[in-house]
Design a protein around this ligand. Sequence first.
Ligand code: GDP
Length: 325
Amino acid sequence: MPLSATGWELGRPLTRDARVFVAGSSGLVGSAVVRHLRAAGFTDVVGVRSAQVDLRDADATARFLDETRPAVVVDAAARVGGIAANAARPVEFLHDNLRIQANLLDAAHAADVERLLLLGSSCIYPKYAEQPIREDSLLTGALEPTNDAYAIAKIAGIMGVQSYRREYGRAWISAMPTNLYGPGDNFDLETSHVLPALIRKFHSARVAGDPTVTVWGTGTPRREFLHVDDLASACLHLLEHYDDPAPINVGVGEDVPIADLASLVARTVGFEGEIVYDTSRPDGTPRKLLDVSRLQALGWKPTIGLAEGLASTYRWFLEQQAASR
Ligand code: GDP
């Protein structure tokens, strides 16, 4: 099998009894990664709740990694949120993410973790990057101001991985997923991303018999949506097939205008009223479609289409509502 520059055997399946620590295992991404690894036969997948180990605390993080001694770490721990939360709380989005990443990378190095995958976001790329966005457009232009604090923290995470590779020869990598959704998402209207927010808004309007639903912005920005179960499968594929300092994009290669997403959500939940646009709310970046040719060349592609993923996420939302009653 071909060896990477760090000596990693590309294409070798990870040992199914290797201990894998998924940081952020109770979140949207982390919980999907845990599910996927277990389904793929991994027998020693470890997660931790932030109440047990606060990854913003360097000592607590170092102690936990030293005791746990994983062979592999997936960093899905982050403070995340939609356009409103990012714009309102830049301090937390910057500092919590910087701390979590620095603490995890330092602790993983001290615990001699062989393989580590750090997850970032497509918002690291310049606001007006050429579309679809190639990985090499990183740091070629100014960021979108509604989430620049988060983006800078994630760019620092990429640099952390690259620095550990350069200075210590670590076979660590980073991947940049596009906008994600799926079971376990945050459905809070002020802090969530657009897709779960629209599920909640259209569902509530149908149940209450409201004639209209308000969608933020103009409806013209375009976004790409990846189901989190597809991301989880891409994470395992990358751990087994990718070892390079450059971050790698994870997406579906197609995007939709927010107005089309709103119509699709309306159909999915059975809302027949009118959609109105609140243009006092920001649009954010006009478009962020990822170029996924490098990932596809490694032999991975997504399997869950938007209509199907939306329908199953809506079913999950309904089950949660029923369970919380
Ligand atoms: P972004 O991809 O970082 O901009 O984050 P979001 O998922 O929060 O927003 C994506 C787009 O959807 C932006 O243009 C928002 O203005 C728009 N949008 C429309 N309605 C909503 C809503 O109810 N909630 C959120 N979060 N975004 C909305």
